[in-house]
Design a protein around this ligand. Structure first.
Ligand code: 5RP
Length: 261
């Protein structure tokens, strides 16, 4: 790995412990003004100091994130579909690597839709993005299993994550599932988990703790942080699990006040 790539990877997966707390706020690229992310600047501002990196589109980055805050950026560079459109898997690269360089991104991210109609387009697109981004020492994060109809089980998620890593993704984001050890253990690059739809805080913390215990390098969590009534305590709790080795109950009582429900 060359120096630039290594340095950018260290922005995302902390070298001290090999763990990552990525805050995901890229949802608007296909969901529009999602609940509690209507005003991204207000939602994201107080959380920035508690994450290792921020996953974001160029539109929100340019307009809603203060460049002086210097948070490592994981720039979503794919899009082209919407929640009201015909096929969520019909994504292409929409933001150039040159733009990622201009925006000082530490990594670029795109979705791959294994098993979906546009599987070929997105997997081949990942290979091309890796070719191009690594010319500039920029690692690629592959996002797997968003909006898919196939069961999100260990068999499917292992398949999707491994394919993404084989194409050259340096980090893979997926979902937690039963038997996650198989997913993490058969993927040669760090795997981080999305939080998914908003669930009670105690459950989301359990999800993070179980994922890390099963081999995840951390989280790329969005809605379970900024849709919480207590977003700052929630991200602090997640951080204490990922980086501090806290259990879910311990993290809940320390940051969210009292024993978990
Ligand atoms: C959507 C994404 C999101 O960043 C990802 O799903 C993480 O957010 P959440 O924790 O809300 O699921 O990639 O395509």
């Amino acid at each position: 790995m060359d120096w630039g790539l290594k340095s950018r990877m260290a922005d995302i997966v902390r070298p001290e412990d090999g763990r990552a707390v990525m805050l995901a706020v890229d949802h608007g690229y296909f969901l529009g003004p999602t609940e509690r992310l209507e005003d991204p600047a207000a939602a994201v501002g107080p959380l920035l100091e508690h994450c290792d990196s921020l996953m974001v589109t160029r539109g929100v980055l340019r307009n809603c994130v203060d460049a002086a805050r210097r948070v490592p950026v994981v720039l979503r560079v794919s899009g082209g579909a919407s929640i009201v459109g015909a096929d969520l898997s019909d994504e292409r690269i929409t933001t150039s690597v040159k733009e990622a360089v201009r925006l000082n991104a530490s990594a670029v991210a795109m979705s791959v839709f294994v098993g979906a109609r546009h599987e070929h387009q997105t997997i081949a697109g990942l290979g091309r993005l890796v070719n191009e981004a690594e010319e500039y020492g920029i690692p690629v994060l592959a996002v797997t299993a968003v909006g898919k109809e196939m069961a999100r089980d260990a068999r499917y998620l292992s398949l999707a994550c491994r394919i993404a890593a084989e194409q050259g993704a340096r980090i893979v984001k997926t979902y937690y599932c039963e038997g996650f050890e198989k997913v993490a253990g058969s993927c040669p690059v760090p795997v981080i988990i999305a939080g998914g739809k908003k669930i009670p805080e105690a459950d989301a913390l359990r999800l993070a703790a179980d994922a890390v215990a099963a081999g995840a390098a951390g989280v790329d969590m969005g809605r379970n942080i900024w849709q919480s009534d207590s977003p700052v305590p929630m991200i602090k709790a997640v951080r204490s699990i990922v980086h501090g080795g806290a259990g879910a109950g311990e993290a809940y009582s320390e940051h969210l006040g009292g024993p978990a429900a």
